[in-house]
Write a protein that binds this ligand. Sequence first.
Ligand code: SAH
Length: 325
Amino acid sequence: MNPLPPEERLRARIAAEGPVSVADYMAEANAHYYATRDPLGAEGDFVTAPEISQMFGELIGVWLGDLWQRAGRPAAARYVELGPGRGTLATDALRAMRGAGLAPPVELVETSPVLRALQAEQLPARWHDDLSTLPLGGPLLIVANEFFDALPVSQFEGARELRVGVEAGRFVRDGAVETETSPPSLAMVAELARRLATQGGAMLILDYGHDRPGTGDTLQAVSGHAFADPFEAPGSRDLTAHVDFHALAAAARAEGVRIFGPAPQGVWLNAMGIKMRAAALAKAAPERSAEIAAARERLTAPDQMGRLFKAMALVAPGWPQPAGF
Ligand code: SAH
């Protein structure tokens, strides 16, 4: 481990080698950011859908359980989650899956030791640094919520890849962004699609982003629930970019899986029955009715998380059509 904080490490690297690519800058900043804290929740930097309400993870579990049942209940299926945060989504989804008779082994792909420890408090699982160690046999039921937005993007002005240097003590990007792409995201989706095509199963990707390529600069930083400058204090704020669903779909389709969506998250959650789930929860705990209604609104309203966030499914050949699309 390098003892220098990431800001000093980046400064030293740029002083020695010259400017680094935007992708390297983002990778280095986020590796440190996630390795050193739990960023989620009211006390942290941002709140994600599973932390807003149990309904989110439950409906994902219902979606997986339904698909698994209609696929003929394959016994060897496994639950795989990418970047599981505090383990909340997995806990809620697995509870809902048990209702469908599905209790799969759990494989979590997580690089942060801090978050691994929190996940281990929530559920028994096996942990992976990357996709290479995921089991080769049996269908995979894969979930990724707000995962791909944290992976590095490369940015270009024309054909020139933009870099980050230091000028007068500040990090500065050396041009105007025209296009943006996330090679690590494309590589991961392609590898998982290949796994689905040979092993069976499905993957649900939920994230914020767009279905049209070429939207320019979407790199942003969030700190303490507010937008911040991505070129200040690298490693101490969350760097994200919008997910290019169009590009992810193309990468997956090329490996032989079928794509459903992307659908706006609000549309998908409504189709999955969030209204009924909210009503059932409110009936069981009337004193929480207002809180449950507010959570549903936050997850589904177009001016909140309902439209910018999207759901997209990758489904193995021979597996049934998924619900909600
Ligand atoms: N899915 C969770 C957390 C989202 S935050 C939720 O919805 O609440 C992003 C998650 O991805 C964190 O768990 C972070 O540690 C993890 N992560 C980021 N980059 C990663 C990488 N390259 N490989 C594996 N996990 C990564």
